[in-house]
Design a protein around this ligand. Structure first.
Ligand SMILES: [Zn+2]
Ligand SMILES: [Zn+2]
Length: 103
């Protein structure tokens, strides 16, 4: 599944709904939140907002990006870590800490 999410370029991070403000697509209220418009009460999706801006750095340099690929990369990275280093570190770390405790 491809998930569209807002990505803040200056922050270099995906923005969850509560870190986004923008113009409500329904009533045009300019300070609508990423999850709901305070003026008309409409539940919004942050990617539906017009002129979305980052609440963290107040930048308008916010783009819509597929977060799917990022998640896959993280999962692959995680598996690699567990398989190679994780397992190794777990074993040696276990032996190492046992020795350290004995000293
Ligand atoms: Zn509204
Ligand atoms: Zn930002």
């Amino acid at each position: 599944m491809v998930v569209q999410q807002l990505f803040c370029q200056p922050c270099q991070r995906f923005l969850s709904d509560r870190f986004v403000e923008g113009t409500c697509p329904s009533c045009g209220y300019e300070d609508a939140r990423g999850d709901q418009c305070d003026k008309c009460g409409r539940l919004t999706n942050s990617i539906e907002l017009k002129n979305p801006r980052c609440k963290v750095c107040a930048s308008l340099d916010v783009i819509t990006k597929n977060s799917d690929q990022v998640r896959i990369n993280v999962v692959i990275y995680f598996f690699k870590l567990i398989k190679v280093e994780g397992l190794f570190a777990l074993l040696s770390g276990f032996c190492g800490s046992t020795q350290a405790r004995e000293k």
